[in-house]
Ligand binder design. Structure first.
Ligand SMILES: *Cc1c(COP(=O)(O)O)cnc(C)c1O
Length: 405
C-alpha cells in the first residue's frame, strides 16, 4: 500500500495504464498534425482524433460532430457560457446558474456580470440540489442560458438533470451542464436529458490532464457559440488551435473505459464508500453527512466531524490524501462556499472531509483510511472541552459563555 492513501479522486484521477498505452505512439511515431490534409501523417492523426471523438460522443449519447475538443473543463465551461452569452445577446442578457457550481462556472458568470449580463444564482436545497420548478420560476423572456452542474465536486449531490432539461426545452432556453463529476458515474444521454451544452474533462475519468470537450448540440436546436480562441477554424470554428492528438486519443480511451465499466465500477465504489461510512458511524458519533443520502456520486463521502478543530484534523490525517471543507485562500482559511450554500456552519465546514474514492482504491486502503480517521477524531475529541460537555448532557445552546477578564 502506497502512502499517503489517495482519496482525492474528485480533484484528479491517476491515468489508467490502458490509456497511457494507447497514447504513447502519438508522441513519437504517429506525430502528424490532424489538420494536415496532404499526407499520410496528417490523415493518420486525423483518423485517431475522429475515433476518439466517437468514443467521447458515445459516453454521453451524442453524435461525433457534436464534440468539440478543448484544453479541459475550465475552457469548456468558459466556451459554453461566454460563447452562448455573446452569440445570443440580441435575444437576452439573463443567465441562470447555482451558487454551488465549480469556480470555472461561477467566475465566468461573474465576469459576464461585470460586462452587463444579469446572473441569477438559484438557491439549492440543504442537500445541494436544484429544484427544477425553481428553474422554471426564474426563467424570464430575457433568459438565454441555464447552467446547472450534473454532480457536485465537493458533496457529490447529483442534480435532477433530465427534469431541468425538460423545463429548459419547454421554455426554449439553452441548457448547459458541467458533467465533469457525473461522467462515468451517471448514465448520460444528452437527448433524454434535454442537454444542449455539456462539459467534460479527461483527467477526472482516468485520462490525461489538459484535454477536455464541450458537447454542442447540432439539431433541435442547432446551438451556435462565439469562439473564445480564433485562428484556423478548427473544431467547427469554435475552438481553433492544433489538436492535442495524444491527449485526445487518451481521452477517447478513457471515455470508452468509463462507459463500458460504469455499472460494475459504480457498484464497487458505492459498496466501498458505504462500508466506510458505516465503519465511521460505528465508532464515532456527532457525524454529519453532507450532500444527499442517496442521490449522490458512488465515490463521494463528505462528512463533518463535529467538535474537532479543522486544521488539527487535517494534520492528523497526513497519511490520507483528502480534501477538507476549508478552502485555503492566500490570506485566510475560508470555509468552503459549497458547504456554506447548503447551510453548514463555519465550524462544521472546517471540520469536514471529502473522501473521494476511485478506480484504483482498494479495500485495504479503505480499512486504513477508516482506522486513521477514527483514531484522529477520537484523539481530538478527547482534548475537546466542548465535546466533553456534550457527552455530559450539557446543551451548548444554554451555556452563558463569559469572556476572559
Ligand atoms: C475539475 C472540475 C472542473 C475543471 O476541470 P479542468 O479540466 O481541470 O479545467 C470543472 N468542473 C468540475 C465540476 C470539476 O470537478
Amino acid at each position: 500500500m502506497k502512502l499517503p492513501v489517495y482519496l482525492d479522486n474528485h480533484a484528479t484521477t491517476p491515468m489508467d495504464p490502458e490509456v497511457l498505452k494507447v497514447m504513447l505512439p502519438y508522441f513519437t511515431d504517429v506525430f502528424g498534425n490532424a489538420a494536415s490534409r496532404n499526407h499520410e501523417y496528417g490523415w493518420t492523426a486525423e483518423a485517431a482524433v475522429e475515433k476518439a471523438r466517437g468514443q467521447v460522443a458515445a459516453l454521453i449519447g451524442a453524435t461525433d460532430k457534436e464534440v468539440i475538443f478543448t484544453s479541459g473543463a475550465t475552457e469548456s465551461n468558459n466556451l459554453a457560457i461566454i460563447g452562448a452569452a455573446e452569440m445570443y445577446k440580441d435575444k437576452g442578457n439573463h443567465i441562470i446558474t447555482t451558487p454551488v457550481e465549480h469556480k470555472a462556472v461561477l467566475d465566468t458568470c461573474h465576469y459576464l456580470e461585470s460586462k452587463g449580463y444579469q446572473i441569477t444564482f438559484l438557491p439549492v436545497d440543504a442537500t445541494g440540489r436544484v429544484n427544477p420548478e425553481d428553474v422554471r420560476k426564474a426563467i424570464t423572456d430575457k433568459t438565454i442560458l441555464v447552467s446547472v452542474m450534473m454532480a457536485n465536486n465537493e458533496i457529490g449531490s447529483v442534480n435532477p438533470i433530465a427534469a431541468i432539461g425538460a423545463v429548459c426545452k419547454e421554455k426554449g432556453v439553452l441548457f448547459h451542464t458541467d458533467a465533469v463529476q457525473g461522467a462515468g458515474k451517471v448514465e448520460i444521454d444528452v437527448q433524454k436529458m434535454g442537454i444542449d451544452l455539456l462539459s467534460l474533462t479527461a483527467h477526472k475519468i482516468y485520462g490525461p490532464k489538459g484535454i477536455g470537450a464541450l458537447y454542442v448540440r447540432r439539431k433541435a436546436p442547432r446551438v451556435r457559440l462565439a469562439p473564445l480562441v480564433h485562428g484556423g477554424g478548427h473544431e467547427r470554428g469554435m475552438r481553433s488551435g492544433t489538436l492535442n492528438v495524444p491527449g485526445i486519443v487518451g481521452f477517447g480511451k478513457a471515455a470508452e473505459l468509463a462507459r463500458v465499466n460504469l455499472p460494475s465500477e459504480n457498484a464497487r465504489l458505492s459498496k466501498m464508500r458505504d462500508r466506510m461510512w458505516a465503519g465511521l458511524q460505528a465508532e464515532l458519533d456527532e457525524l454529519h453527512l453532507n450532500g444527499h443520502p442517496t442521490e449522490r456520486l458512488p465515490n463521494n463521502l463528505n462528512v463533518s466531524f463535529a467538535y474537532v478543530e479543522g486544521e488539527s484534523l487535517m494534520m492528523g490525517m497526513k497519511e490520507i490524501a483528502v480534501s477538507s471543507g476549508s478552502a485555503c485562500t492566500s490570506a485566510s482559511l475560508e470555509p468552503s462556499y459549497v458547504l456554506k450554500a447548503v447551510g453548514v456552519g463555519d465550524e462544521l465546514a472546517h471540520s469536514s472531509i471529502r473522501f473521494g474514492l476511485g478506480r484504483f482504491t482498494t479495500d485495504e486502503e479503505i480499512d486504513f483510511a477508516m482506522k486513521k480517521t477514527i483514531q484522529t477524531v477520537k484523539k481530538l475529541r478527547d482534548l475537546s472541552p466542548l465535546y466533553e460537555m456534550v457527552k455530559e448532557g450539557v446543551d451548548l445552546r444554554s451555556v452563558q459563555w463569559t469572556g476572559h477578564p
